[in-house]
Design a protein around this ligand. Structure first.
Ligand code: BGC
Length: 792
């Protein structure tokens, strides 16, 4: 259930001085806002986010905070992993646990979740984002917002919007056409703002279409508040404000962090000189006061960040570690498992564990989201524990630093090869070293380090029974080598309990159920955004439009290594009986099917529902788009019916010309898939289109006129009348000639009417237009004026 904000008494800005008001609209410190006691506006303490708390340690010197080393908190799986669970209920529980830790530390707002779209595999911060798909991002991010706020802790939905790269992030303008902006980059924000009602939104560093987000009144005010009804505060990303007064005018309520009063003075000067309407400041103050009271009402009185030891903090560290492990179990994706090499039976032979990452795991990304974990499981320890005395040996195989000499590399590889050649099975842990990806910069390529690839090749020469286990925040290239390894496990960055979770999956204690939330391409060059990422000279043009991620790979029929939504299990599932029940009055579509576990292990299947649109769509559509999903846990042989409820609006595209969402009439094909490229069932659904908002006129094409329920018959009647009086000789019979029909289809009616043989004279267009306007006044029409395809 979305948390409903309780109405709270808000202090009257008239009782505050101008100085007090200005002070409320910027931070009082790095992660704290100002308090104005007279008006009972409490200070708000914030912390990153998003997969655990980054609790700044107090340096002890005048209350200054040391941002470089955070106090311990549970490090849950970062969004890259959590997204692969496709499990909003799990995200909700994780957020609840983070909220509990936040409250115990006196933190009122957690800076997350981050829901930006993974436009390019190269984005250095992809580990902090859920998916290349907006629906999946919205479901996971929305669940986190609810989980935090139901526990009384504010969420800060970030980074609004189109922060899809780190290169030049503080200056770049993301130049995006309206349709992809709405359908891809704003869609998750819209869904969460409307449904889950976050108490704050963080504006991004970058600009959109030339205007920095912190000054972008179209996004911050017209769309966010005007269209979506957002009633929280907009805070800036840290250091994102260039012009404080312009930002306030655009709808940015809070500049973070504070500037020691410097920009407050700019605000005061602007108000006193008449440059800034004081009412604008008052509006921000009212929102901030409401926000401060919302986020502090459920939190303890002590608001300073504390470092009390766990016992005094009353944080159930062990319980949260277990939850982090359970979450990690769900996030692991089994990409490949030829010959059922996995799961390993510890009793059935010797196991070589190779790879420094098995001993020194990477479990989160670098930058503002970095958490100091309360403890850390390593895969090696986890495997040793579950191997229970079976033969299991370790060799590092490679180093995670850049400074290894060729001799050292050779020695590490030799040791690993000796072990591999004398073992029955090899578990080879590969992945990205920490220095390869971080907030703040993008990657140059998506390959694994060369030394690791050399090692893999040599291991395969001495022992082909290899399961590769990957650790990476951004997607890595698995081609061409994935064809040579029987088993491949994508472990992402799994948080502090990921090591034991990997061991559970490798030994089959847990049956993997994660699915890819992003495509693994064969080559970087195949990525839809490749030619326009990361832009140049301050601008990045989103040239691929709506064809982002699988939408683009599919539209170009591009082979991929592993498609969006893919993930295997140690069991198998069969789908049957897909049907779609459309309740046109309520605007809901219930998609149901039966899923059966056809293998011999209990397991969870994530069922994905895609919309392939109507075949004759008027707009360029991706071959399929995710519209819903659900998961089901089944015992061997068990079968169950699952239902995914869609709304009619889920099928809409954004019509730039009409300035709004529009459901296209026609027969939509709905598909149920185990991945975006493993579609198991299809069903057709007849959908009545939305009325067009565009009136017919002389600039409407012949095709648009003919499709119009009033205009079409009227025009045909004029044609028939003209033909009856003049016979075919004057050209009115062109409508019977398919080539002529098609030729004329795309012409505006007023142009056709200028032809000497036209059945409607030029001055007849206005009359026809008026007749249609009168006949349709107040009714809305049901036509698709976007297309001329009906004429073809
Ligand atoms: C990041 C935000 C983060 C903020 C505060 C910024 O650099 O972009 O995601 O919340 O710092 O640490």
């Amino acid at each position: 259930m979305p948390s409903q904000p309780t109405p709270l008494p808000v202090p009257d800005p008239a009782r505050l001085t101008l100085d007090e008001k200005a002070s409320l609209t910027s931070g009082a410190g790095d992660f704290v806002t100002a308090a104005v006691d007279a008006a009972a506006v409490p200070a708000v303490t914030m912390s990153d986010g998003p997969h655990g708390l980054r609790l700044p340690r107090e340096s002890g010197d005048g209350g200054q905070l040391d941002l470089h080393s955070a106090a311990p908190a549970t490090c849950f799986p970062p969004a890259v992993a959590l997204g692969s669970s496709w499990d909003p209920a799990l995200a909700h529980r994780v957020a609840g646990a983070i909220a509990a830790e936040a409250s115990a530390h006196g933190v009122h707002v957690v800076l997350g979740p981050g829901i930006n779209i993974k436009r390019s595999p190269l984005c250095g911060r992809n580990f902090e984002y859920f998916s290349e798909d907006p629906l999946l991002s919205a479901e996971m991010g929305g669940a986190m917002v609810r989980g935090l706020q139901e526990a009384g802790v504010g969420a800060a939905l970030k980074h609004f919007a189109a922060n899809n790269q780190e290169t030049d992030r503080m200056r770049v303008s993301a130049d995006i056409d309206e349709r992809p902006l709405r359908e891809i980059y704003l869609r998750a924000f819209e869904r969460i703002v409307r449904r889950d009602r976050p108490w704050s939104v963080m504006s991004a560093y970058n600009g959109v279409n030339g205007t920095p987000l912190s000054e972008n009144s179209r996004l911050l005010t017209d769309i966010l508040r005007g269209e979506w009804g957002f009633d929280g505060i907009v805070m800036s990303d840290w250091g994102a404000v260039r012009d404080r007064v312009a930002a306030l005018r655009a709808g940015l309520d809070l500049q973070m962090p504070g500037t020691g009063g410097r920009t407050d003075r700019e605000v005061i000067t602007a108000v006193t000189s008449g440059d800034l309407d004081e009412k604008t400041l008052d509006t921000a103050v009212e929102r901030l006061a409401l926000f401060a009271r919302r986020v502090t009402r459920a939190a303890p009185a002590e608001r300073r960040v504390t470092q009390a030891p766990p016992a005094e903090r009353s944080i159930p560290d062990a319980e949260h570690h277990r939850l982090a492990g359970e979450a990690a179990d769900r996030c692991i994706v089994l990409l490949k498992n030829d010959g059922d090499l996995l799961p390993l039976d510890p009793a059935s032979g010797s196991i070589a564990v190779i790879g420094e990452l098995a001993r020194t795991p990477r479990y989160q990304g670098a930058g503002s989201s970095q958490v100091t974990p309360t403890r850390l499981d390593t895969p090696l320890d986890g495997l040793r524990e579950l191997a229970a005395g079976a033969s299991l040996d370790f060799a590092a195989g490679y180093a995670l630093t850049d400074t290894t000499s060729p001799d050292q590399e050779e020695a590490l590889a030799d040791e690993a090869l000796r072990l591999a050649s004398t073992s029955d099975t090899v578990l080879l842990f590969l992945g990205l070293p920490a220095q390869d990806e971080s907030e703040g910069f993008d990657r140059d390529h998506i390959d694994l380090p060369a030394a690791q690839l050399r090692l893999l090749e040599r291991v395969l020469e001495v022992n082909p029974r290899v399961a590769v286990v990957l650790s990476n925040g951004g997607v890595v290239r698995t081609a061409p080598w994935h064809t040579s390894v029987p088993s491949l496990v994508e472990g992402w960055l799994l948080g502090q309990a990921g090591g034991s979770a990997l061991a559970r999956v490798l030994f089959g204690v847990v049956n993997p159920s994660g699915k890819l939330a992003e495509t693994v391409p064969l080559r970087m060059e195949d990525a839809p955004s490749h030619l326009s990422f990361p832009g140049e000279e301050g601008r990045v043009r989103y040239a691929e439009g709506v064809f982002v991620g699988y939408r683009g790979y599919d539209a170009r029929r591009c082979e991929v290594a592993f498609p969006f939504g893919h993930g295997l299990s140690y069991t198998t599932f069969a789908y049957s009986g897909l049907r779609a029940d459309h309740d046109e009055d309520r605007g809901t579509i219930k998609v149901s099917l039966a899923v059966a576990n056809t293998g011999d292990r209990a397991g969870r299947e994530i069922v994905q529902i895609y919309d392939a649109g109507p075949a004759d769509s008027a707009v360029a559509r991706p071959p399929r788009e995710l519209r819903g999903f659900t998961s089901v846990f089944l015992a061997p042989g068990e079968s169950r019916e699952v239902t995914v409820e869609l709304t009619r609006g889920d099928l809409a595209y954004y019509s730039e010309r009409e300035g709004g969402w529009r459901v296209e009439g026609g027969v939509h094909r709905l598909e149920a898939g185990s991945s975006s490229r493993d579609i198991r069932q299809c069903v057709e659904l007849a959908v009545t289109g939305d009325p067009s908002r565009l009136p017919l006129n002389g600039r409407s094409t012949l095709a648009e006129w003919l499709r119009h329920p009033v205009g079409g018959p009227l025009l045909m009647e004029r044609f028939a009348r003209a033909r009856a009086t003049a016979g075919n000789g004057n050209g009115t019979g062109v409508m019977d000639d398919p080539v002529m029909r098609r030729f004329l289809a795309g012409m505006p009616l007023e142009v056709i009417c200028e032809f000497p043989q036209s059945p409607v004279p030029p001055d007849g267009v206005r009359e026809l237009t008026e007749l249609v306007a009168v006949a349709t006044a107040g009714t809305g029409t049901d036509t698709d004026t976007d297309t001329d395809r009906s004429m073809k």
